[in-house]
Structure formats: structure tokens, C-alpha cells
Design a protein around this ligand. Structure first.
Ligand code: FES
Length: 167
């Protein structure tokens, strides 16, 4: 089986599981939230085609599914990368140039904030205060904290993660 066929058959199996979840909850009051949670557990995120399947299956407007999926931060709308970058945009970091670091990250990764790189290696997020203001500007990659950053350091830091899987 080719990689594409394997992916397609995995996806078909995931949709079959989602259909079972939907049919077991259909007609139940407040079914949308638990179905979205199950969908996220099955797929790892809730992309648009999954939202459409849920809307059709539960017979609710797609706008309602999208509204709930985007309102709660527990739901990811696209696949998460192997490494999660959180650049702090809290006040202390912001006044010490966090936006410039974030811009450099976005440029180096060719990825907008809130999204995942095309190779699925990194997800780039802006965060609130990480509780390490003394080290501002601060970013986290997975569980690792990087403080007193300058934009020039970013390429070297990212290089460490290229080719390395998250633990
Ligand atoms: S504001 Fe960035 S760590 Fe507190």
C-alpha cells in the first residue's frame, strides 16, 4: 500500500468512527460539545471536513459547529506540529521586543501565528505571560524555556529542532 493509500484508509476509518459517535449522540441535547471532543480525540484536531460531517450528522448549522470549535481553545482547527512554539506577548515581553522575535519566527518558519508549518514540524503560537517576566522576552518550545531572546538567535534555536522528534 502506498503512503497515500495508507493515509486514505486511516482517514476513512476515522470518519467511520466519527459516524458511530454521531449516531450514538444524535438527538441528544447538548450533543455538539461531546461530539467535537470525540472528533478531536479521533483525528487529533477538528478540520473543516470533520466540522461539515458533524454539522450534517447532528443536523445543526455549520456556523454553530465552527462557532463552538473556535470558541474553546481545547479544539485545534489544524494539525499540530511536532514542536509547539509559544512566544510570549505579555506586557514585559512585549516592551522588550517580543513582536520582533515573533516576526522573525514567522519569517524563518514561513508560517503565520496560530498555524503549523507545511512540513508539520512546528506550530507557532503567541501566548500570554509565561510567568518568567524576569527573562523577557521569553518563548517556549515544547517544555524548554528560552529567555532574553534576540531575533538573531532564532535561526540557531530552530535548527536544534529540525530533524528532531518531540519526546
Ligand atoms: S510577560 Fe512574558 S513571561 Fe511574563
Amino acid at each position: 500500500m502506498t503512503d497515500t493509500e495508507t493515509r486514505q484508509s486511516k482517514r476513512a476509518e476515522q470518519f467511520a468512527r466519527l459516524a458511530e459517535v454521531i449516531s450514538s449522540r444524535k438527538g441528544e441535547r447538548g450533543a455538539l460539545m461531546p461530539v467535537l471532543q470525540e472528533a478531536q480525540a479521533i483525528f487529533g484536531y477538528v478540520p473543516q471536513d470533520v466540522q461539515v460531517a458533524i454539522a450534517q450528522g447532528l443536523d445543526v448549522p455549520l456556523t454553530e459547529v465552527y462557532g463552538v470549535a473556535t470558541f474553546y481553545s481545547q479544539f485545534a482547527l489544524e494539525a499540530r506540529g511536532e514542536h509547539i512554539i509559544g512566544m510570549c506577548l505579555g506586557t514585559a515581553c512585549y516592551v522588550r521586543g517580543a513582536q520582533k522575535i515573533l516576526d522573525r519566527l514567522s519569517q524563518e518558519l514561513d508560517c503565520k501565528v496560530g498555524h503549523t508549518t507545511k512540513d508539520n514540524r512546528f506550530t507557532l503560537n503567541a501566548t500570554r505571560c509565561l510567568g518568567a517576566c524576569g527573562l523577557a522576552p521569553v518563548m517556549m518550545i515544547d517544555d524548554e524555556v528560552y529567555g532574553r531572546l534576540t531575533p538573531e538567535e532564532i535561526p540557531g534555536i530552530l535548527d536544534k529542532y529540525k530533524g528532531q522528534k518531540a519526546s
